[in-house]
Each structure stands twice: as C-alpha cells, then as structure tokens.
Design a protein. Structure first.
Length: 386
C-alpha cells in the first residue's frame, strides 16, 4: 500500500481561507494534512511537533523558534511570508504590487488624488504595498501621504489628520480624504476611531482595506471596501507548489518567490462617496454611476441635474478629474473590463449591458483605453487566474 504524504500546515498567522485552499488541494493529492491551531501545543520540546516526521510543510513563519525547527528538516518547505532567512525557502505570497495598484485605482475612481496611509512599521508585506501604492498614485499625478504619528490605529492619527487639515485652511470635517489600510483589521479599527471622533465614513474619510475578510466585515456598522487578495487561492497555489516540490526534490533549495494575484476590489459603503465638495458634481457622479449603462450622454446628465450643459461642464472642470462625457465613457469601459474578466458573456451582450450602441464602438473604446482587444484582454485575465 502506498504511503500517504504527511503535510504540515503551520500558520503562525492563521486565516481559515488559506487553510481551506490548502485542504481542497490536499484532498486532490491524497495528503494527510495536519494544521495545529494552538501554537502552545506544537512546542518542539514537548508538544505535537516533538515527534513529527512528515514529508513537507506549508508555513506562515513568524518566529525564530519555528524557523529554527524547520530549517534543519530535510523536507520541502513552502513559506507564505516574506521574512528574510539564512536558508532558501520556496515562497508563495500575495502579489502586493498588484494589490496596491487596485487600491490606487479604486480610490482615484472616487476622485482621491491624495491617499493617506500608515507607515509600514518594518512589516515587509506592508512595505511592499505602501511603496507600490506610491508608485501607482504618482504615475497618475497623485500622491501618498504617510502619517508619522503611528504604525497602528490610535487617537494620534486623528490628531495628525486634524493638524494637516488645519495647515491647509480647513477643518477635517470639511474634507473628503481617501485612506488605504494595509489590511482589513487596520481598516476596521480606523472606522471605529472615526466614529469615536464623530467623523463620517466615507464622507470625511473613505477607507479601503485589504483581504476582504467577511468575518471582520460582518461585525462593522457599515460595509468595508476591500481588495480581495484571494487568500483561499493563495492556499491552493501554495499546495500546488508543494506538490511540484514533492515530485522534484531538486527544486526545494531554490529560493523563488511566487506571487499570487488578487481578484478585485469589493466595493462597499466605506468608499462609496466621491471626493468632491461641490454638491452638483457629487450628485451628477452618482447619477452617472447609476445610469451609464442606458446609453446616456453628457446632455442627459445636465438635464437630470436641472442645469445647462455649460454649467455642468464648468463645475466638473473646477471640482473633478474628468469631464461629464469622459466620466460616462470611463464608467462604461470599467464595466466592460469587469464583465470580460468575470463572465463568458458575448461582446454583443456586454455592449448592450454597458450602454454601447454597437460591438464596434465597444471594441474601439476598449482598445483606446487598454491598448488591446477585448478578446485578448479576456484571455490574459483568465491566464493570470490559473
């Protein structure tokens, strides 16, 4: 009888979605998977790990003790973190630059040219996200302001934001700012802090998290917008990598970092407010958001708002990053991209549902925005998800 592979899933930062992703692949490969959750019980001196002698380990390594235990094991190891070691491990980690790109694009969608964030606090994952956020924001003419008061959520953050607002001649309650939180836990704490200080979310502070943690989101008084980093997919990808290492032991000492891409931004209430103080422009943007798929034009927006087209145009020039017409086209093409990457709908169906009068006009608009055809874009998106 063939011996089953005994695989250890050792998560010092535990997330059930990673566990679920690994478990699904473990069943496929016929592994015996062990995932001790009580780290006190896995002591190498007297706990569960003392006599463990398995075939491979998928780990989120946080402590020196765990590293020292694993480094002497002659087994393939897949690390889910970015900590530096003196032994090369194969790694499967979240694609933090792509996460940051999605975050920058989402906040800019709502008019936030400036994005606020906490310092990374020497956390390598946070550092990657923050540096990439700066790169993408600045490439679009925006900026990222890193708060100096803390690397965690506390009252000093609000005091610093108030000081920044005052230096710019406003009260914080008069501004609409975008805030990128390195993960959902930080975002949830920031929402609580805003409510404590009578700040409105998202009207004063629009907050975007990372990981799309449904347990955190279900406990909040308002929905948290979040970049879905696909932690379940990360778990599955790490198990697939382990399977390769078990098949070819020569690969185990190659310190290759594999990056698992995020899915998309799950938009909820915490960012659902355009960063404009002009009521006309704000109302017009929300109207466009709810009606772009009907084939509307800028004249329809002006009529719905009860103003002349020239008056609407002037208000947008003074208060927003795009003209009314460009905003309509932008929202349509974003909807097209979303449907291409998430459905198998035909182009004529997508055109009809996104406000285009013909497939040709959709293709021409898409090529102009993305420098590729809808068909090639769909193939590329599917390939990235494999």
């Amino acid at each position: 009888m063939l011996k089953r592979k005994d695989i250890l899933l050792l998560l010092e930062w535990y997330d059930y979605r990673i566990h679920k992703g690994v478990s699904q692949m473990a069943r496929k490969y016929g592994w015996q998977l062990n995932c001790p959750k009580n780290l006190m019980s896995v002591s190498t001196d007297s706990g569960w790990l003392k006599d463990w002698d398995g075939d491979g380990c998928i780990a989120m390594i946080q402590s020196d003790k765990t590293f020292n235990y694993l480094k002497d094991k002659d087994i393939p190891i897949v690390d889910l973190g970015l900590r530096d070691y003196d032994r090369p491990f194969s790694r499967m980690v979240s694609d933090n630059p792509k996460i940051a790109k999605l975050a920058a694009e989402h906040l800019r969608e709502f008019g936030h040219k400036e994005i606020f964030a906490l310092d990374h606090g020497n956390n390598t994952m946070f550092k990657e996200r923050l540096n990439a956020l700066k790169t993408f924001a600045e490439s679009e003419g925006g900026k990222v302001t890193v708060l100096k008061s803390a690397t965690e959520i506390q009252n000093d953050i609000i005091y610093e934001l108030r000081d920044i607002a005052e230096e710019r001649g406003h009260k914080l309650e008069e501004l609409s700012i975008g805030f990128f939180a390195h993960n959902d836990s930080i975002a949830a704490e920031l929402i609580s802090l805003c409510l404590k200080h009578d700040l409105r979310v998202p009207e004063n502070i629009a907050i975007l998290g990372v990981d799309n943690d449904d347990l955190i989101n279900s406990s909040l008084v308002l929905g948290l917008s979040s970049v879905d980093s696909d932690l379940e997919g990360l778990g599955s990808a790490s198990a697939k990598l382990m399977h390769k290492l078990l098949d070819d032991p020569t690969l185990k000492e190659k310190a290759i970092i594999h990056r698992h891409p995020p899915k998309l931004v799950v938009s909820r209430r915490s960012t659902d407010c355009y960063a404009v103080r002009n009521p006309l422009v704000s109302n017009a943007l929300h109207w466009i958001q709810n009606n772009f798929y009907k084939g509307i034009q800028a004249t329809d927006v002006a009529e719905a708002m009860g103003v002349t087209q020239q008056g609407l145009q002037k208000a947008f020039v003074n208060n927003y990053i795009r003209s009314p017409g460009n905003e309509i086209r932008h929202q349509r093409i974003q909807a097209v991209a979303f449907l291409l990457s998430t459905t198998n709908a035909k182009l004529d169906t997508i055109a009809e549902n996104c406000g285009y009068y013909s497939v040709n006009s959709l293709i021409n608009s898409f090529r102009k925005q993305y420098n590729t055809t809808p068909g090639k874009y769909r193939i590329q998106q599917k390939a990235e998800k494999l």
